[in-house]
Design a protein around this ligand. Structure first.
Ligand SMILES: [Fe+2]
Length: 136
């Protein structure tokens, strides 16, 4: 699944965060309703945006960070590797939704959001590192 986006930038990457947060709230609200008709589109939109966000990180953010901060190569590599787990978690949640197993999907989503939140906080630190080096 490929989507067309304008040229990715650090600012665009950062502003995605707000959209992702909104989509998480929409998805959780859909689960609260317990309606497949709400959960399915909310999950698809969430998945589309988050997978695009990961791609921007891999194609733009991480290479820039590696170039400007070669000493941070190992933590950046760890963030990259974590994307494998993020994609796998999203795929597993999607499988449960496709089977209409909403309770299982919700439990997996809750666990995912905890680990994803921690991942995002680490990337926030990376972003601030990049911003400070750009303005230096
Ligand atoms: Fe990431």
């Amino acid at each position: 699944m490929t989507e067309t986006r304008s040229a990715p930038t650090l600012e665009g990457w950062y502003s995605d965060r707000g959209e992702i947060s909104d989509l998480i709230h929409r998805l959780l609200a859909a689960f609260e309703e317990g309606e497949m008709a709400l959960v399915t589109p909310a999950f698809r939109e969430f998945r589309k945006v988050i997978l695009g966000h990961l791609s921007i990180e891999e194609e733009v953010v991480f290479p820039k960070a590696e170039e400007s901060h070669p000493g941070q190569a190992q933590p950046i590599h760890s963030l990259r590797l974590a994307h494998i787990g993020i994609r796998a978690d999203i795929a597993r949640i999607g499988e449960q939704i496709e089977r209409s197993h909403l309770e299982a999907a919700r439990a997996m989503l809750d666990a995912f959001l905890d680990s994803f939140g921690a991942h995002e906080r680490l990337e926030d630190q990376l972003f601030h590192l990049l911003k400070s080096s750009q303005s230096a």
